[in-house]
Design a protein around this ligand. Structure first.
Ligand SMILES: NC(=O)c1ccc[n+]([C@@H]2O[C@H](COP(=O)([O-])OP(=O)(O)OC[C@H]3O[C@@H](n4cnc5c(N)ncnc54)[C@H](OP(=O)(O)O)[C@@H]3O)[C@@H](O)[C@H]2O)c1
Length: 163
């Protein structure tokens, strides 16, 4: 099974200058809880935006650069998205697509579930989440709206599933 996990601003922005534009510790905790012990799939740019290889998760990094290597036993570098789709789409093992914009846009039509964090503010950025088609997904879960103690940002967890 393929799932997407993403935090999206009100104007669909998800990042800028290859970094996140907000800091919501509770969202990072949820990201860790959902993805730990599982496979995470990401574009090369998102991988390079991370502090390093995240513990307790198998990383699949997508790049067109055939010479790109990461010397870590928990990292696999691949060069085509079809490899991800073929391996996980009909598997009982879940792989979480964790970004970024290019990878979300190319895989959104192949995922069964989206774990969204909606951030109730617009941000200036250079990377956006693709438009979600309401014909394709329905709401499976909506949390209450929380306020981040640290940033004051309002946010909500919303899970969507393929209809
Ligand atoms: N808010 C969130 O939840 C969230 C989550 C993740 C990321 N982000 C943000 O998103 C931004 C990064 O996103 P991005 O769109 O710039 O980059 P990205 O999707 O992370 O990575 C793009 C790279 O992936 C590789 N790639 C893309 N399509 C490919 C294909 N079909 N086959 C092989 N390789 C392919 C290419 O790598 P090469 O150039 O090496 O060939 C491309 O440059 C950052 O600002 C990050 O902070 C936000």
């Amino acid at each position: 099974m393929l799932s997407i996990i993403v935090a999206v601003a009100e104007n669909n922005v998800i990042g800028g200058d290859n970094t996140l534009l907000w800091h919501i510790p509770e969202d990072l905790k949820r990201f860790k809880a959902i993805t730990s012990g599982n496979t995470i799939v990401m574009g090369r740019k998102t991988f390079e935006s991370l502090p390093g290889v995240l513990p307790n998760r198998k990383h699949v990094i997508i790049t067109r650069d055939k010479s790109y290597t990461v010397d870590n036993e928990n990292v696999e570098v691949i060069h085509s998205l079809s490899k991800v789709i073929n391996k996980y789409k009909n598997s009982s093992e879940t792989a979480f697509i964790i970004g970024g914009g290019e990878i979300y846009a190319q895989l959104i039509h192949n995922v069964d579930k989206l774990f969204l964090t909606k951030v109730f503010k617009s941000f200036d950025g250079d990377t956006s989440f693709p438009q979600i088609d309401s014909e394709e997904f329905s709401v499976d879960f909506e949390s209450e709206i929380f306020t981040c103690e640290k940033s004051g940002l309002k946010y909500q967890f919303v899970d969507l599933v393929r209809k």
